[in-house]
Design a protein around this ligand. Structure first.
Ligand code: G3P
Length: 217
């Protein structure tokens, strides 16, 4: 499973990138707002740092506007994936932009049928939002599993990009289902390393080691 980082915090991306943990980056208008940065400037900085796809989202609500904005965002770098919402207009824009050979990430997906339409429209990535379904006490993981089944049934090449991931447990669940990519905030990716028994075991080893009086270096 590929790891995308769901942030425009360049320092956080750099830290994970140095560990080889970053296969791509996703942003959206809320993430750009939180960064306090200019969209083109920060996106360019990220694209220079990361060789994988960097999603930048359009904000027009009509297809022509999305296409125009998408072409403009794609000028930032070769690894831009243009993000459009899963509306009828977004599907039209996806069809045109992917027909031009551009990467397109169709976002705000909440149903298997929406994902089927995005694949038919030539999406490179479909972004089902796990956490926001969980917020409504709906099974977000069922959505990812249903999309996996549908795409596999017909050999669709659209990559399932599990999004709105809020916890290390979400990462495990989507990896078990077979999502192609998971995008998560940096703190969630880092939290995957944590285990209370690791901490406890390490503490016991350190205490015993101190009793030996030895040094390795
Ligand atoms: O990947 C989409 C993400 O940015 C939305 O996450 O936590 O706002 O639902 P969240």
């Amino acid at each position: 499973m590929k790891f995308f980082v769901d942030t425009a915090d360049v320092e956080a991306i750099a830290e994970l990138n140095d560990l080889g943990m970053v296969d791509g980056v996703t942003t959206n208008p809320s993430i750009i707002m939180k960064s306090g940065r200019d969209i083109k400037e920060v996106t360019k900085e990220i694209c220079d740092m990361v060789s994988g796809p960097v999603s930048a989202e359009t904000v027009a609500l009509d297809a022509d506007g999305m296409i125009e904005e998408g072409r403009e965002l794609a000028k930032i770098a070769d690894n831009i994936a243009i993000k459009v919402p899963l509306t009828w207009a977004g599907l039209k824009a996806c069809n045109v932009l992917s027909g031009e050979g551009r990467m397109v990430n169709v976002t705000l997906c909440f149903s298997p049928n929406q994902a089927l339409l995005a694949a038919k429209a030539g999406a490179t990535f479909i972004s089902p939002f796990l956490g926001r379904l969980d917020d409504l006490n709906l099974e977000g993981t069922d959505l990812i599993a249903d999309i996996r089944t549908i795409y596999d049934n017909y050999g669709f090449e659209t990559n399932i990009l599990a999004a709105s991931i809020r916890s290390a447990n979400h990462m495990k669940e989507v990896a078990l289902i077979g999502a192609d990519v998971a995008t998560a905030p940096p703190n969630v990716i880092k939290s995957m390393a944590n285990h209370v028994l690791t901490d406890k075991g390490l503490d016991a080893f350190m205490k015993d080691w101190a009793k030996t009086g030895q040094k390795i270096l």
